[in-house]
Design a protein around this ligand. Structure first.
Ligand SMILES: [Zn+2]
Length: 162
């Protein structure tokens, strides 16, 4: 963690939250200026390294408690802020991660295509079975023999005995 002087020069902003829950949530927050922080702690103070010492110095103006949390913000003009991309920079994409996500996507696509092919095949089979069932029913209704020897009367002419 950089020192307070570096943070000030960078343009970082600090917000302090009151974390006091008892007797009831205070919820107070304030943003001291970095000049003020440097004045209190010194230019070389490292708020990350000496965090307990840093936090101990704050007292909530509203409830007087010392249960404090801090949040550091990048400078107001940081690219990526208020652009719908989130408030922090993710940096260039990690090629390994990108490859993994792409592989997962391809795998998911292959599985989806397999499922679709399976569904198509099952629908074709169901249609074929339904067609066969209808043909069988039609054959039975019209008296056509489909099992056993061919019907000897099948080719006879109408109106003749034999
Ligand atoms: Zn408070």
């Amino acid at each position: 963690m950089p020192t307070l002087g570096e943070l000030r020069d960078y343009g970082a902003r600090l917000t302090i939250y009151c974390h006091t829950i008892n007797p009831r949530r205070c919820g107070n927050s304030w943003s001291p200026s970095m000049d003020q922080m440097v004045q209190y702690f010194g230019v070389d103070f490292d708020p990350g390294e000496r965090r307990p010492e840093f936090l101990r110095r704050f007292v909530c103006e509203k409830c007087g408690q010392r249960d404090i949390a801090t949040t550091w913000h990048p400078p107001a003009n940081t690219p990526g802020l208020l652009t719908g991309q989130g408030s922090h920079d993710h940096g260039p994409p990690n090629p390994v991660e990108v490859a993994r996500i792409r592989a997962e996507y391809e795998q998911g696509k292959a599985i989806a295509e397999m499922h679709k092919a399976n569904a198509d095949r099952m629908r074709q089979e169901a249609l074929a079975a339904e067609k066969a069932r209808k043909k069988l029913q039609r054959d039975l209704e019209t008296g056509r023999q489909i099992i056993g020897p061919p019907n000897p009367w099948a080719g006879r002419k109408k109106g003749r005995w034999l």
